[in-house]
Write a protein that binds this ligand. Structure first.
Ligand code: ZN
Length: 175
């Protein structure tokens, strides 16, 4: 397990448009594995390559959808699903948008309220260069939008309607 250092603002790599990936070699596989380890260690639910100082179009997302809790029912264990996506692109968005509170591993000590599409479709390549498509909604959709912003040099305060320093009891999924 190799952890990479998570870079934080104002590192310029977070403000650059990252370049597309065309070589699916051993170095890329190592970077992907390191990013997954780094995300889990943080802990976070998403990480983009620029966040570990690499200006390339690669994101990892790992998130377990919380099912609606029905009163009296046993809470279901939901296993988080890992997505590794190269050159991701949002190809479809819902008309509906939702507000939500986001934090970012690259912006410690700040959260913000951000409007996002509630449903999206993302297309890209898997770690071996094969095409893949993901339909995401709710928090998963939000995480993908946050990570895809990262590879375009955009960070959440750029889009936030409000940002603040969270109270110690305020806990957000970090992306
Ligand atoms: Zn982030």
């Amino acid at each position: 397990m190799t952890l990479r250092k998570i870079v934080t603002l104002p590192d310029p790599v977070l403000r650059k448009k990252a370049r597309p990936i065309s070589k699916f070699d051993k170095d890329l596989q190592t970077l992907i594995d390191d990013m997954v380890d780094t995300m889990r260690d943080a802990p976070g639910v998403g990480l983009a390559a620029p966040q570990v100082g690499i200006p390339e179009r690669l994101i990892v997302v790992e998130y377990a959808d919380q099912p609606d809790v029905i009163e009296g029912a046993k809470p279901k264990e939901v296993k988080p699903k890992l997505y590794v996506m190269i050159n991701p692109e949002i190809v479809k968005t819902s008309e509906e948008t939702v507000m939500g509170v986001e934090g970012c591993l690259s912006i410690p000590g700040l959260v913000g309220e951000v409007e996002r599409y509630s449903k999206i479709q993302v297309k890209g390549l898997n770690r071996h260069g094969k095409p893949m498509k993901v339909k995401a909604e709710d928090w998963l959709a939000r995480i993908f939008q946050h990570e895809i912003d990262h590879i375009n040099g955009i960070v959440f305060p750029d889009r936030a309607t409000k940002v603040w320093k969270p109270e110690p009891e305020e806990e957000e999924d970090m992306v």
